[in-house]
Design a protein around this ligand. Structure first.
Ligand code: CP
Length: 309
C-alpha cells in the first residue's frame, strides 16, 4: 500500500509541540478507529527500528505490538550493552546505521534532547519514546485519548498532576498538549519536586490558570482527572533526597469518598506505592485501560508519521 501523504513521510514526533492541535485531534481519531479494528495491515513490507537505551515495559511492548498489528516488522534492542554502544559507538553513528536499515525509528534514551538529535541525523522519521526528564509525546497522546474517552471532551477540564513534577516527562508533555484545550491545572508536589519554572512560564504566557500545593487532600475533590506519577529514583543524583520524598503521596480507596463522580485516576505506570491496590477496585481507577489505549494510539502515531493515515 502507498502512503497517502508523501510530503509528510519524514515527519518525526520528538516533542508534543511538533504536532498542531489539528494533528493531535487527527491522531486521536485514527486511534479510535484502531480501537474498533486492531488488525489493519497498512504497513506490510515496512521495517521499524525499536531502540531502547533505557528500561521500558509499556512503551516498548505497545509500540512493538502496534508495528506487528500494522503488518510491519520490528528490529530492536532493549539493552544497548548488547550492541556496539558498549564498544563506544556514538549515538550519531548508531542512528545513521540503523536508519539505513529501517523505515522509522522508535527511540527511548536517558539524555534530554537525544531524540531531537537522532531526528536530525536520521534519514527516516523518529518517534521519541521518552528522553530523560524532557518529553514523552506518545504517552501524552494516549493520555489525551484516555481523557477524551473518560470525560467525553478535552476542553475546560481540571487536571490535578501529582508526584514528581520536576523530572516527570509525562507531566511536562501533557501540560503542553492540554494547553490547546483551556484547562485548569493543580500541581501537587513536594517542594523538592515542584513543576519547573519554564513550564509555569509557558502557562502564564498562554493565560492558563494553575494552583500549587504540597497536599494531596487539598484539591483532590476539585478535579476531573487525578494524574498520579511515580517519584523516579533513577532521576535523582542524591540518594538521600530520593529517600526524603519517595513515599510522599499514597492514594487509598477511603480517600476517594468525596471526589467528583466523573473523576478518573490516570497514571503512566509503573507505580511503586503511590496508588494502593484497593484503589484498583474503585470506579475511579482507569490506569490499566489507559495503558491498553497505548496500543491504539501508537498504531495511529506510526501510521501517521509514515504518511498512511
Ligand atoms: N509509561 C511508560 O513509559 O511506561 P514504561 O516505562 O514501562 O514504558
Amino acid at each position: 500500500m502507498e502512503p497517502k501523504r508523501e510530503n509528510l513521510s519524514r515527519k518525526s514526533l520528538i516533542s508534543i509541540q511538533d504536532f498542531s492541535k489539528d494533528e493531535i485531534i487527527h491522531v486521536l481519531e485514527v486511534a479510535r478507529d484502531f480501537e474498533r479494528d486492531r488488525s489493519q495491515k497498512l504497513l506490510e513490507g515496512k521495517v521499524i527500528g525499536s531502540l531502547f537505551f533505557e528500561p521500558s515495559t509499556r512503551t516498548r511492548l505497545s509500540f512493538e505490538t502496534a508495528v506487528n498489528r500494522l503488518g510491519a516488522r520490528v528490529i530492536d534492542f532493549s539493552d544497548a550493552m548488547n550492541t556496539s554502544v558498549s564498544k563506544g559507538e556514538t549515538l550519531k553513528d548508531t542512528i545513521k546505521m540503523v536508519s539505513n536499515y529501517v523505515d522509522m525509528i522508535i527511540m527511548r534514551h536517558p539524555l534530554e534532547g537525544s531524540s531531537r538529535y537522532a531526528s536530525e541525523v536520521a534519514s527516516v522519521p523518529v518517534a521519541n519514546a521518552g528522553d530523560g526528564a524532557n518529553q514523552h509525546p506518545s504517552q501524552t497522546l494516549l493520555d489525551l485519548y484516555t481523557i477524551m474517552q473518560t470525560q467525553g471532551r478535552l476542553e475546560n477540564l481540571t487536571v490535578n498532576m501529582v508526584g514528581d513534577l520536576k523530572y516527570g516527562r509525562t507531566t511536562h508533555s501533557l501540560l503542553q498538549a492540554l494547553s490547546h484545550f483551556n484547562p485548569t491545572f493543580i500541581f501537587t508536589a513536594p517542594e523538592e519536586l515542584r513543576m519547573p519554572e519554564e513550564y509555569k512560564t509557558f502557562l502564564d504566557e498562554k493565560g492558563i490558570a494553575y494552583k500549587e500545593t504540597t497536599s494531596l487532600e487539598e484539591y483532590m475533590n476539585d478535579c476531573d482527572i487525578l494524574y498520579m506519577t511515580r517519584v523516579q529514583q533513577e532521576r535523582f543524583t542524591d540518594p538521600m533526597e530520593y529517600e526524603r520524598v519517595k513515599d510522599v503521596y499514597k492514594l487509598t480507596a477511603p480517600m476517594l469518598s468525596s471526589v467528583r463522580p466523573n473523576m478518573k485516576i490516570l497514571h503512566p505506570l509503573p507505580r511503586v506505592g503511590e496508588i494502593e491496590q484497593d484503589v484498583d477496585e474503585t470506579p475511579y481507577a482507569y490506569y490499566f485501560k489507559q495503558a491498553e489505549n497505548g496500543l491504539y494510539v501508537r498504531m495511529a502515531i506510526i501510521s501517521y508519521l509514515l504518511g498512511y493515515r
